[in-house]
Design a protein. Structure first.
Ligand SMILES: Nc1ncnc2c1ncn2[C@@H]1O[C@H](COP(=O)(O)OP(=O)(O)OP(=O)(O)O)[C@@H](O)[C@H]1O
Ligand SMILES: [Mg+2]
Length: 379
């Protein structure tokens, strides 16, 4: 696709997998983000990189494909013998982590709370529970932090991050900003103690704020909110400092964003709209687009039905079947042409586009996924 006149230089997927420290796959629902993330990760491992593939997608699919459990507190290495059979040899390796954001935020709390008892109270605090499990910005921020930590500590050469469907993925990309919105100074100052324990009570006791909150929230909730901010102050301050680091990290050359789409017209339109929003939120261009499940990736033209294909069948059977098969072949040919045009259009209008084929079977295990990896290595 490099001769299609795109404005930016076409980068091969292999170059991208070798040069980046983190790759984030975003896209609309069901287009193949999880499948593509796993393929990119496996391809990079085959190239000799130490790779972690992370999903914050609650679906079970990647776990099943990779053969690891969900919601483990730590990344899990894939069986080296199985990887070797797929062409992954040391130093190449592949770990998978089905990220439960709850686990990550709980761990963050434990490392920042002043005492184990504070940590226990905070984890049991209903406001914290509500926030850490329901406030998307907070959850996804912890996911970005985890990714950042894995990259900066050098534990992995590359982290590939799968994301939930588009709307949530955008929340994910926007996480650092959302966290800072959540930490609105006014809220923080109303609740957070200036020095641990003392300021909060002094400032709020008998205050109008407290009375209003009692009415709005109920006294128990207000107490839980106060306790939350008293315990959470150190962590919030850490998050606030860190969110700048995370924004810089997400915008740096270390991280590449890949938009995954299927060749259906509606999916491509949605992908282009998503791309514009990603660009606005992140302020950086995408690394490239994966046009997944494309029939245009196959070089072999579909065999056009011809009477000779029917061998010994009698003439009447051939005469009856030929028009039907011809129509099917023509429909498929039209689809291939449309997919090819889509790839050219994406590359011309948006930039680097990698085309991956529609596999004849669902990529439900590593061996099937490896067929896609072969194409990744050539894209
Ligand atoms: N290139 C491909 N060839 C054949 N089947 C594919 C391909 N890519 C994905 N699939 C199949 O399409 C379905 C959806 O793929 P996948 O789960 O990767 O999408 P997703 O974008 O992660 O979905 P969700 O938005 O639900 O997380 C799966 O059944 C998967 O096996
Ligand atoms: Mg998925």
């Amino acid at each position: 696709m490099s001769d299609s006149g795109s404005t930016s230089k076409h980068v091969s997927l292999v170059e991208a997998l070798q040069s980046r420290r983190a790759i984030v796959c975003a896209g609309a629902g069901g287009v193949g983000k999880t499948t593509v993330s796993a393929s990119l990760a496996l391809a990079a491992a085959r190239l000799g990189r130490r790779v972690l593939v992370v999903t914050i997608d609650p679906s079970r699919r990647l776990a099943e494909t990779l053969g690891v459990s969900r919601h483990l507190p730590e990344p899990t290495p894939l069986d080296p013998a199985r990887l070797a059979a797929l062409g992954v040899h040391p130093p190449g390796s592949l770990d998978a982590w089905m990220l439960d954001p709850g686990i990550v935020s709980d761990r963050t709390v434990e490392s920042f709370a002043q005492t184990p008892d504070d940590a226990r109270r905070l984890l049991a605090n209903p406001v914290y529970q509500g926030l850490s499990r329901m406030t998307a910005g907070m959850q996804e921020f912890t996911a970005v932090e985890a990714m950042h930590t894995f990259v900066t500590t050098g534990r992995y050469d590359l982290v590939v991050l799968d994301t939930p469907p588009a709307r949530n993925a955008l929340r994910f990309l926007d996480a650092p900003r959302r966290v800072s919105a959540f930490m609105d100074r006014r809220i923080f100052e109303a609740f957070a103690p200036t020095t641990a324990g003392s300021g909060l009570v002094r400032r709020l006791a008998g205050s109008v704020v407290e009375k209003v909150l009692d009415v709005a929230l109920g006294q128990n909730t207000r107490k839980a909110v106060q306790e939350f901010f008293a315990l959470f102050g150190a962590l919030l301050q850490h998050l606030e400092t860190n969110q700048q680091t995370m924004v810089r990290f997400l915008r740096s050359d270390a991280v590449g964003f890949v938009l995954v789409t299927s060749p259906h017209r509606a999916a491509v339109d949605e992908a282009l709209a998503l791309e514009a929003r990603c660009r606005a939120i992140l302020g950086v261009p995408l690394l490239g687009r994966v046009l997944n499940q494309s029939l245009a990736a196959d070089d072999d033209a579909a065999p056009y039905p011809a009477a000779s294909l029917f061998g010994d069948e009698d003439a009447a059977t051939v005469a009856a079947a030929l028009p039907v098969l011809t129509r099917l072949a023509e429909a498929e040919q039209a689809e291939i042409t449309a997919h090819r045009e889509t790839a050219v259009r994406l590359e011309r209008e948006s930039g680097t586009t990698w085309v991956l084929p529609r596999l004849p079977v669902a990529a439900s295990n590593l061996e099937a996924l490896n067929a896609l990896v072969e194409r990744v290595l050539k894209a």
